[in-house]
Design a protein around this ligand. Structure first.
Ligand code: BDR
Ligand code: CA
Length: 317
């Protein structure tokens, strides 16, 4: 059994917003090999107030209102907030736990050293703050799984050269990479390969199970939003964050490589991550560069096996 803290920038339930954090939360609850101890929220896909309200609302929809939710960072460490959202009128405003996310992470992990895996599927602000708050935090984690970065391809987007979570708070990513924790990084080039189609979303919407129907409706709307104005629409969307949750208890779905990873914190290549797979690089002067792995990086995924696990679990909710 894997005990986790899930750190999300959840926007499922706000029209036109990304839905994958919501599915990550649902999968964490649906997987019998995972116990969800805490949820923490962070600014990213949306502002942190909206992420917190929508997370509390989703836990109610999923019949799990007692999972503690801790509100986290309102802004990245150094950069301005990337995105703002809104809370739909029909969402009840519930109060999160009074302890701030980074403090709750530290307290919970130190209370259960070596037992808790932190799964971060938004910008890494809360994780970096927890690492800075208490030096015992990082070595007391059982594991750290991150949806972030793009290691084997590029975003091919000059306005956002790094993957969104890392681009949003590259300084936080630098703190995580230099913390001594060898995290498992599930990057965009791999998560883009696990997709839900519009017809699967519409089939979910027709379900008589309330969460499945709700999630299907917002997924179909998200796919429409992504296709808005595109000459060649793609009738599917990626399940970035659920793949990171799946990696906790089903790491065999992914092919991993050890790497020495650095992140660019300058403006021009903000958030770009470079993975050195330690295969024998030499500096121009011929000197061997001595590096040790500081990351475990996803390089491939068994997408059909993930889809079977993911869609199967969603249908049971
Ligand atoms: C990441 O950014 C967000 O939009 C998604 O929720 C995911 O965590 C993908 O780049
Ligand atoms: Ca996310």
């Amino acid at each position: 059994m894997e005990r986790i803290i899930l750190d999300v920038d959840l926007a499922m339930g706000a029209p036109g917003s990304d839905i994958d954090d919501g599915f990550a939360l649902a999968l964490a609850l649906a997987d019998p090999e995972i116990t969800l101890d805490l949820v923490t929220t962070v600014n990213g896909n949306t502002d942190v107030a909206s992420a917190t309200a929508l997370t509390l609302e989703l836990l109610h929809r999923l019949g799990q209102p007692d999972v503690p939710v801790h509100r986290g960072a309102q802004v990245p460490l150094v950069r301005p907030q990337a995105r703002f959202g809104s809370i739909p009128d029909d969402v009840e405003i519930r109060q999160p736990h009074p302890t701030a996310a980074a403090v709750a992470m530290v307290q919970h992990v130190l209370a259960h050293p070596g037992e808790i895996t932190l799964v971060a599927v938004g910008p890494l602000t809360n994780v970096a703050l927890a690492m800075r708050l208490d030096p015992r935090f990082a070595p007391s984690l059982k594991g750290l799984v991150i949806m972030g970065g793009v290691f084997n391809e590029h975003t091919n987007n000059a306005a956002m050269p790094g993957e969104f979570n890392i681009w949003s708070d590259p300084e936080a990513a630098h703190i995580v990479l230099t913390s001594g924790v060898v995290a498992r990084w599930v990057g965009l080039d791999v998560t883009l390969k696990v997709r839900v189609t519009k017809s699967e979303a519409l089939e979910m919407e027709r379900s008589d199970r309330p969460f499945v129907s709700f999630a299907g409706k917002y997924t179909a709307a998200w796919i429409d939003h992504l296709n808005d104005g595109k000459p060649e629409p793609d009738e599917s969307c990626a399940m970035h964050d659920p793949l990171a949750v799946a990696a906790v208890a089903h790491p065999e779905l992914i092919t991993w490589r050890q790497a020495y990873v650095q992140v660019e914190t300058g403006d021009r290549l903000r958030g770009v991550m470079v993975a050195d797979y330690l295969t024998g690089d030499f500096a121009p002067d011929g000197q061997r560069l001595i590096r040790t792995a500081n990351a475990t990086v996803a390089v491939a995924v068994d997408a059909p096996a993930f889809n079977q696990l993911f869609l199967g679990k969603m249908k049971e909710l």
